[in-house]
Design a protein around this ligand. Sequence first.
Ligand code: PMP
Length: 383
Amino acid sequence: MIYLDNAATTSPKPDTVVREVDRALRLYSANPGRGGHTPSVTTAKAVYNVRKSVKDFFHVKSEEDVIFTSGCTQALNIVIKGTLKRGDHVVISSMEHNAVLRPLHQLKEQGKINYTIADVVAGDNDATVNAFRNAINEHTRMIICTHASNVFGVRLPVERICALAHNYGILFCLDAAQSAGIFDVNLSDNGYDYVCCAGHKSLYGPMGTGLLLLGNDIRLEPLTAGGTGSDSANPLMPEYYPDRLESGTLNIPGICGLGTGIRFVNTRGRENIARHEMRLVQHLYRELSRTDKVMLYTPAPEIDEYAPVLSFNIEGSDSEAVSAFLNRRYGIAVRAGLHCAPLAHKAFGTLESGAVRIAPSAFSTERDIEILLKAVKNFIHTT
Ligand code: PMP
């Protein structure tokens, strides 16, 4: 099998991650923070060590500002539902995932908030920043913006958009699901208020892991309330983090696996991985751009402007049919359809057709891309 669906989740996971999950299940099988006995304390230390490595990786102020979640979706829901108040307005980009759009839309349907979509102009960061500026109004409380499109790879000028938000006294939340482990995501340099990440994509952790990183002291209302093993006589959730946002038993094997995934990225080098993936995508782009009937949607990608994700279509063919053919005839796993990002498809005119998405990982090879190219050409000749 050639797996090129790493924007959904990376596969395979590094052997070290697999071994760490196994080790955690054996060694850290007591509930952390729920008892004074040795196994519980041992597990709590393991969790703390991962919190510390996340803090270092993203330059978060302190370990307490690292919240473990089940994925980027949960992290975004905590921010959106824990921050916004009745009458608030939010600006998002035209590249947002449903993990941003749907919780906002839910609140809008309930009559609580409103949101505006700022059009991203690929290749013109000034125009993109201006679109955000124009969308701000007196009620705007937060800007939420993806670091890079999970469909077309377009990289947004998030440092500038964050600075713009702060100029207007507006909170800035970064969706780093598609970028963490690829681009530099640095809370201390950039002053992001919230960063939401998937642990299972380019951080190489297991599925069911994610992160919410806090960059300010504003009090968030918890999305879920429950046991934290702390301040137990109090019917209210603790005021302090991470406990306030982490109720219930944590996903210890997942968290330990995520810690080892981050170590994998550090060992290979985040920039080396990004360059490797981008070289593969650029090669693919070059060849596809010379192939009759292939429809590409962006200029040739460069790392300053694009994440290593490429979507295309074949004239006259449904994207799902292309992906089914690649799977059946060549054992190539790619995703087709809308990739949970209808806004991005609307912006690129592919809402009807969807698109075939290619997303390599650190483990993808040139040979994978050569076989994919052969398979695409074969599809075109046989249909
Ligand atoms: N935002 C973006 C840009 C994504 O690509 C994804 C996942 N594909 C998410 C949010 C949701 O992440 P998760 O699956 O970890 O909840």
